[in-house]
Design a protein around this ligand. Structure first.
Ligand SMILES: Cc1cc2nc3c(=O)[nH]c(=O)nc-3n(C[C@H](O)[C@H](O)[C@H](O)COP(=O)(O)OP(=O)(O)OC[C@H]3O[C@@H](n4cnc5c(N)ncnc54)[C@H](O)[C@@H]3O)c2cc1C
Length: 522
């Protein structure tokens, strides 16, 4: 019996249950399908493909060493599976469940229907601890905690190959027809395979080791500023997005280190326990957010709250405000610095992601779907299950979170007090003194080398946004609809794991200014 192990966002051989189950039963055909239609979507990009491609090269070498090389095909998964079935007869298909975007959701339904129509058993396994199609949040945290505490699945000792399966090369980004999205890894030196931002397992394990071995010492203090965050955050998001490392493996390693730290006197600990706790909290948020899109895949297109959906804004792709925001030319220095840094590196810290999204939706009154897709393209770590719920939350669309309208001038002063980051990414401001770095428009006659004036008055635009929000929140039926959103998606306030009391996490979130706790606005 030929068993196809279909790889998607799980490009690894360890903690890979479909591969282990197949290996224990008979010949294995490890398959990855490069889907050109996916890579042409408005939320996908060349930089994401480069991260995936690096992980595939590494996976391919590992599978070859185990005895069954990776078979890569280009096209639609249904057509590829139908062809393989016609040629050799597939005994069963094994895969991980994927919480992807709406397109992959539809693709997965088509694959299920194909398998059903051809009588091919399709066996799917969870890999992130989210519950397939869950309709409400009751008992979710306990389920998630249990999944994360199950032992990671060991790599199979060897694989029995399917004879005569033809191996083809992986396409380059050019071959997939990517438009030039301004991504020049060779020049920027970022996100290259082998660099710390690449999507490979090797880089993921190295990042985890370096974080726990000392790099994470300043995590809590440094995560909010773009000056320090790139160095002291874990940077695991890309290998987690490609699936080169599983979130369960990472969590279990972090739990083990937390235990070891308890036996070391505090001054000699390479990282404080609080940093490890903060990482654990965020790895749990990952599942918490992914469950939202898993439960309602339409959240990529439709607001959580129906009254926010009814008040949706419309933004054409050539809207000048959108273009200025997306290219880092709004005339608001810290905001532009963040966008330009993201364009060059493919990564931004959490707080600055929240700020750029919030500014697009509030002060610039852009449709979150359009700005959200633009950000997704710029993120090498695009993870739809985190991304779309976060985009909505930072755009005030959920109805159950306290809306936060970031002020980029204040953020610039707080997070980049020396102006180092702003000067680096907005060199036009070299002639502007530090006191006016975040408000160069107040300096009459200072040299600004073609830097544009601000496209909005930040304070007036924030006031207008607040008025829009209030109007929606005061509409009849808002509260009832918000309760329904809470029932489906809200955290139940349980302990996320036995040793990690939720109350401590909440205190920490508030203290770090990253409060994302779910609060009903009434
Ligand atoms: C508008 C917006 C869009 C985002 N889109 C994405 C995305 O597409 N992909 C993505 O991985 N993250 C996304 N995030 C969450 C977060 O900003 C990134 O996970 C983080 O900055 C990645 O860097 P890191 O791996 O060093 O994070 P660390 O701080 O080291 O955290 C470790 C891991 O925890 C998870 N995590 C961290 N913060 C969050 C959070 N707030 N919510 C859920 N999970 C979290 C991630 O998997 C991350 O890799 C988004 C946040 C916002 C505000």
């Amino acid at each position: 019996m030929i068993q196809v192990v279909w790889f998607k966002r799980d490009l690894r051989t360890t903690d890979h249950r479909p591969l282990a189950e197949a290996a224990a039963t008979g010949p294995v055909l490890p398959l990855y399908v490069v889907e050109p239609a996916y890579w042409q979507l408005p939320d996908t990009s060349a930089r994401q493909w480069l991260a995936v491609r690096a992980a595939l090269i590494e996976l391919s070498a590992r599978l070859t060493a185990l005895g069954a090389p990776l078979i890569v095909r280009i096209g639609s998964v249904t057509q590829v599976l139908a062809k393989i079935h016609a040629a050799v007869g597939i005994g069963r298909v094994l895969a991980h469940e994927e919480t992807g975007n709406l397109w992959t959701y539809g693709r997965d339904i088509a694959v299920r229907e194909l398998c059903l129509s051809r009588g091919i058993p399709l066996v799917e396994f969870s890999q992130t601890g989210v519950i397939r199609g869950a309709r409400a949040r009751d008992r979710w945290a306990a389920h998630h905690g249990r999944f994360m505490s199950l032992p990671a699945v060991p790599e199979p000792p060897r694989l029995e190959p399917v004879p005569a399966a033809k191996v083809v090369d992986l396409p380059t980004a050019d071959m997939l027809g990517f438009a030039d999205d301004g991504w020049a890894p060779a020049r920027s030196g970022a996100q290259q395979p082998g660099s710390r931002e690449s999507g490979t397992r090797e880089s993921g394990l190295e990042l985890l080791d370096s974080f726990l071995g000392g790099r994470g010492a300043e995590y809590r203090r440094g995560m909010s500023s773009p000056v320090s965050a790139a160095a002291c955050c874990s940077r695991l998001s890309v290998p987690l997005a490609t699936g080169a490392v599983s979130v369960r493996e990472v969590l279990q390693r972090v739990y083990a280190v937390r235990q070891q730290l308890a036996a070391i006197p505090p001054p000699r600990r390479p990282v404080p326990v609080t940093a490890v706790q903060s990482l654990i909290a965020r790895l749990h948020w990952r599942g918490h957010f992914m469950q939202k899109l898993e439960s309602e895949p339409e959240l990529e297109r439709r607001a959580f709250h129906p009254l926010h959906e009814a008040a949706r804004l419309s933004t054409p792709p050539d809207d000048p405000k959108l273009v200025a925001w997306a290219t880092g030319r709004t005339g608001i220095p810290f905001l532009d610095a963040c966008m330009r840094s993201l364009i060059a590196t493919g990564w931004l810290n959490f707080r600055m992601r929240a700020m750029v999204q919030s500014f697009a939706s509030y002060q610039l009154a852009l449709d979150w779907r359009v700005s959200g897709a633009k950000l997704a393209q710029l993120f090498s770590d695009y993870e739809p299950g985190i991304h779309w719920p976060q985009v909505q939350m930072q755009s005030g669309q959920t109805g159950i979170n306290t809306p936060r309208i970031y002020n980029p001038v204040k953020q610039g002063m707080d997070q980049d007090p020396e102006g180092v980051f702003t000067r680096r990414w907005v060199p036009e401001l070299a002639g502007v003194p530090l006191q006016a770095m975040q408000t160069p428009w107040v300096v009459v006659g200072a040299r600004q080398d073609g830097y544009p004036p601000p496209i909005v008055d930040c304070a007036a635009a924030a006031r207008a946004a607040r008025a829009r929000l209030t109007a929606v929140r005061q509409t009849d039926g808002f509260r009832e609809a918000a309760l329904e959103v809470f029932r489906k998606h809200g955290s139940r306030g349980r302990r996320l794991d036995q040793d990690d009391p939720r109350r401590a996490q909440t205190r920490e979130k508030i203290a770090s200014g990253e409060s994302q706790q779910l609060i009903l606005p009434f």
